[in-house]
Design a binder for this molecule. Sequence first.
Ligand code: ATP
Length: 349
Amino acid sequence: MGIEVKGIAKRFGAFTALDNVDLSVRDGELLALLGPSGSGKTTLLRIIAGLEFADFGEIRLNGEDAGDRAPRDREVGFVFQHYALFRHMSVFENVAFGLRVRPRADRQTNAAISARVTELLRMVQLEWLADRYPSQLSGGQRQRVALARALAIEPKVLLLDEPFGALDAKVRKELRRWLRRLHEEMHITSVFVTHDQEEALELADRVVVMNHGRIEQIGSPAEVYDEPASAFVCDFLGQVNRFDCEIENGLARTTQGAELRMPGLNGTRGAATCFVRPHEIDLVPIDREGPEAAQVRLIHQIGPNARVELDYAGHILEVEVGRDRLPALSLSVGAWCALRINNARVFPR
Ligand code: ATP
């Protein structure tokens, strides 16, 4: 089922939480709402669910105006970060709950409910825990039960608010992959909220980047990462070196007085913010200090890459270098290098 969000605005008192938001979620898509705390992600999700009402604008589900429909009539399932399971109910009964409280006319027989719950528990790989109570589960297992419970009513749309937020990094990563596989099997239109850019880029078909109640950009993970539409998006998505500059004659002079040569400056003049990702800089060892020299401060070696932190005329910057290249560069703390910037994004200020 597709979702259309048109001109949605929401204020809480004098505070504007959402400001004229337009968004179209395609049928079967997995969409991430990504943004810093307070950018309006949860409010937008709650308005789609019908848990909150917009001051202006329209929500259409499957082409029909859903603005006046109660949550239960929108055929949405949701999972929240701290979505408490019913503590006094077993895993099995938690998942069965939505099926048992249906109006009598729509209710299935006990045998049919039982078969459906068993199937759902198999899908979330928790069949063996059916008789346990929530207090006897790990955080990751609880989130999977919450997901099975949301899926039980066969929603047409699945809304997830920081579903893995409270879990440790390793469990989060596992659940992410697992959710992606589940989505590939089921193709339910799904929208999830996260403030973790890695989670959004890894999991979503498209990413919606939000800031101050507005959408800054909508695009595939590659689009928002490689072709950010604004300085905010570039800064928010992944590690990046940022320089506030004055640009003249193809040269960027930083506010601290350093000079940088980089692609993308031709045709630009005046005040700009320049962004360079750590893997877009090459280091060239040089013998001694000079106007173009940067000095190595730290070298972190993690996995196949090394992160080299350098001081360039008072700017601290990060450069990523393949570990196999370190010996040839003979880099060490205190050594001097020249910078070769291969790619940059420049936004007028
Ligand atoms: P987080 O990542 O911290 O959950 P978010 O992007 O989901 O943030 P929202 O929860 O949508 O942000 O909140 C957006 C803004 O609206 C915040 O500044 C918040 O304080 C405010 N807000 C949300 N709900 C209410 C409310 N019921 N009353 C007053 N202000 C609210």
